[in-house]
Design a protein around this ligand. Structure first.
Ligand code: GDP
Length: 139
């Protein structure tokens, strides 16, 4: 299985609700290594740029306001099949359809404020990692 890197974000609701340790603990327990990590507070412009792929969606304004509403934690996760492993740990976008035991099933109570973001493919992982981290910040 390929060693991959993926971008993980703990969204403003996850940080505000004190879930940083729980979320990171799940990643580490499942063999994902943290290769870079920082806390930051996105501006609205930055959130709009990050989610530009969704700009035609009806929830784009709400999503980007939410993502710029408070601090987030950004991480590069690395491991075998890291993109899939992270997505499996996160659970479905809509917490009501997420498998039991996933982060979103356990903690999310809203389709938008759903605790975590994770890249969905190698191309997006590369672009999203570059959005948040420069080469010096990657261990
Ligand atoms: P993800 O890859 O599972 O995060 O899901 P998507 O890429 O489809 O959507 C990005 C983010 O937009 C999700 O994580 C949610 O925060 C938000 N989102 C997705 N669908 C909806 C929706 O129907 N309504 C609202 N308000 N937000 C949504």
């Amino acid at each position: 299985m390929p060693i991959e890197q993926t971008l993980s974000l703990i969204k403003p609701d996850g940080v505000a609700r004190g879930l940083i340790g729980d979320v990171i603990g799940r990643f580490e327990k499942h063999g994902l290594k943290i290769r870079a990590m920082k806390m930051l507070h996105l501006s609205l412009d930055q959130a709009q740029a990050f989610y530009a792929v969704h700009q035609e969606r009806p929830f784009y304004d709400s999503l980007t306001q939410f993502m710029s509403s408070g601090p987030i934690v950004a991480m590069i996760l690395e491991g075998e099949n890291a993109i899939r492993v992270n997505r499996d740990l996160m659970g479905a976008t809509d917490y009501r359809q997420a498998d039991p035991g996933t982060i979103r099933a356990d903690f999310a109570r809203d389709i938008e404020a759903n605790i975590v973001h994770g890249s969905d493919a190698p191309g997006t992982a590369k672009a999203e990692i570059a959005f948040f981290f420069n080469a010096l910040e990657q261990v």
